[in-house]
Design a protein around this ligand. Structure first.
Ligand code: XMP
Length: 514
């Protein structure tokens, strides 16, 4: 494993992904973890991420010097670079020499481990206030900028490397190459981490965890739960029963599709529970988004417990495990990462009630979304499942701004079906990450349809492009497609007289409206 030490910026996740793109397994650890504990994980290399602090600020995160003396190759980026510099006796000054954004880098030494084979001039992404003016003893300075004399240093003997910039972002034109140079040449790691390995490893881990007990898996219709279920099915076969809870918050035709596609692909046993009334009763009168999420999360577990009882009565042996398709970003975003704020309680992490009776099996909790898709493909799941756009567990319940009722759900289902149909027809499914369709149920505006004045609801289209849902941009959809969607929704969906487009990136907006 390669450890990415997180100094509190969002860069650590991106670094971890880039390392995996280099086919090397990586994990994020908080900078507050004692160095001895990091070393106990036997890392093949350690990467120190950037962070928002100045190394001179009071309370700025530090690392025990031991991390540089354990013989483990270390690569410092930005804050990590400055920390390495100051800890090992180099000089970092607050010179007022700031650099933000795209910056030309001058590579000053041939025979560099990091830069060999890359151009002498390259574009890199900078974001710093302090600057390193002298490298620690024993380090060769291998790059500079117009402003910073020491923008990269290397100590091949001790296997310590650092760059002032952010090689993990795409604006650093040779960033991935430099990261790979560190991993392969600096640290001597072989690029062997593949989705095939993940499957093997997880299958073994699931068998060890579950033993001869039984597991149930909640299928949501999304990629994550389907891949998690297929993986567990591969590991324990008939000991797994999949349960699909129709909470009444699904999109049009979704339940039927899950039944058909998933069972055909995996041969897994699937029980469909119709729980619409139960969810709608529990949600009656509730408009607050976090409360809705908590209720949906709670009801989900309750329905599973009931399904467990029923399966128990039928089959005897105890169902002790619950399979969930929790991903790495879910864990980090729910505050499971380091110092990362709790942005929303995702129903499959923060929203679980305390008295849960299952032990969780989460075979995807180390993976990013694109990796989950690769695993699914490798497991033989069809494109209709693997390439499906993300859909939140709480479903349309968090796409109705206001109280959730059956009537409003039906209305939203119609509008959503039209938007999806037109986006698919225009061939845009792969281009966009997802397109939530949102009903502003408590808002009405005046319109005119036919000869009469109307007073209907607006529908919001929220098409976004994204790499991992951590950040997103609004998709520039062709006007003709937007026009078709708008015309059809206002014509075909009663009580909707306006369609609006959300043109907010994430941040500051989240992808979903709730
Ligand atoms: P936000 O709205 O936080 O969404 O920008 C990021 C991604 O996560 C999905 N999402 C969820 N998925 N349970 C899920 O399984 C949830 O509670 C949940 N909330 C948001 C959202 O659709 C987007 O892809």
């Amino acid at each position: 494993v390669v450890l990415v030490v997180d100094f509190g910026a969002q860069y650590a996740q991106l670094i971890a992904r880039r390392v995996r793109e280099a086919r090397v397994y990586s994990e994020i650890v908080p900078s507050t973890m004692p160095v001895a504990e990091m070393l106990a994980k036997n890392p093949k290399a350690i990467i120190l991420s950037g962070g928002p602090s100045s190394v001179y600020a009071e309370g700025a995160p530090r690392l025990d010097r031991e991390i540089f003396e354990a013989g483990v190759p270390v690569f410092g980026m930005c804050y990590g670079f400055q920390l390495m510099a100051t800890t090992l006796g180099g000089t970092v000054d607050n010179t007022g020499a700031r650099e933000y954004g795209r910056t030309p880098l001058h590579v000053s030494k041939s025979g560099s481990t990091l830069f060999e084979g890359t151009p002498a001039e390259q574009s890199v992404w900078m974001s710093h206030g302090d600057a390193c003016s002298a490298a620690p003893e024993g380090f060769a300075v291998t790059a500079s900028t117009d402003v910073v004399p020491v923008a990269a240093f290397e100590n091949d003997e001790k296997k310590l490397y650092g760059v002032q910039y952010h090689p993990e972002v795409l604006h650093s034109t040779h960033g991935q190459q430099i990261l790979e140079h560190f991993l392969y040449r600096g640290a001597g790691i072989e690029p062997t981490w593949t989705t095939g390995n993940v499957i093997e490893e997880q299958v073994a881990a699931i068998r060890a965890q579950v033993g001869d007990k039984r597991a149930i898996c909640g299928l949501s219709g999304g990629v994550d739960s389907a891949v998690a279920a297929a993986l567990v099915q591969k590991a324990i076969g008939d000991q797994l029963t999949c349960v699909y809870v129709d909470h009444g918050l699904m999109r049009k035709g979704e339940t039927q599709q899950v039944e058909k596609d998933f069972v055909a692909a995996t041969g897994a046993r699937l029980v469909v529970v119709d729980a619409e009334k139960r969810f709608l009763d529990a949600l009656a009168g509730v408009s607050d988004p976090e409360t809705k999420r908590k209720i949906i999360g709670r009801e989900f577990i309750r329905v599973f417990e009931q399904a467990q009882l029923e399966i128990l009565q039928e089959e005897g042996p105890e169902v002790a495990f619950l399979v969930q398709g929790t991903l790495y970003p879910d864990i980090v975003e729910s505050g499971g990462g380091t110092g990362t704020a709790n942005i929303k309680s995702h129903h499959n992490v923060g929203g679980l009630p305390d008295d849960i009776e299952f032990e969780l099996v989460e075979p995807l909790r180390q993976l990013f979304k694109d990796e989950v898709r690769m695993v699914g493909q490798e497991l033989g799941l069809p494109d209709e499942i693997v390439q499906r756009q993300p859909f939140p567990g709480p479903g349309l319940g968090i796409r109705i701004v206001g109280e959730v009722t059956k009537e409003r759900l039906d209305l939203l289902r119609e509008a959503d079906a039209i938007a999806r149909e037109e986006l698919t027809a225009a061939g845009l499914d792969r281009e966009i990450w997802q397109c939530p369709v949102v009903l502003l149920a408590d808002v009405r505006s005046v319109g005119v349809q036919g000869d009469g004045r109307t007073y209907g609801h607006p529908i919001v289209l929220r098409p976004v492009s994204s790499e991992d849902a951590m950040t997103a941009d609004w998709s520039r959809l062709p006007y003709e497609v937007l026009a078709r969607i708008s015309t059809r929704i206002t014509n075909e969906v009663a009580d909707v007289n306006r369609v609006v487009l959300d043109v907010t990136s994430k941040p500051p907006g989240t992808i979903e409206w709730e």
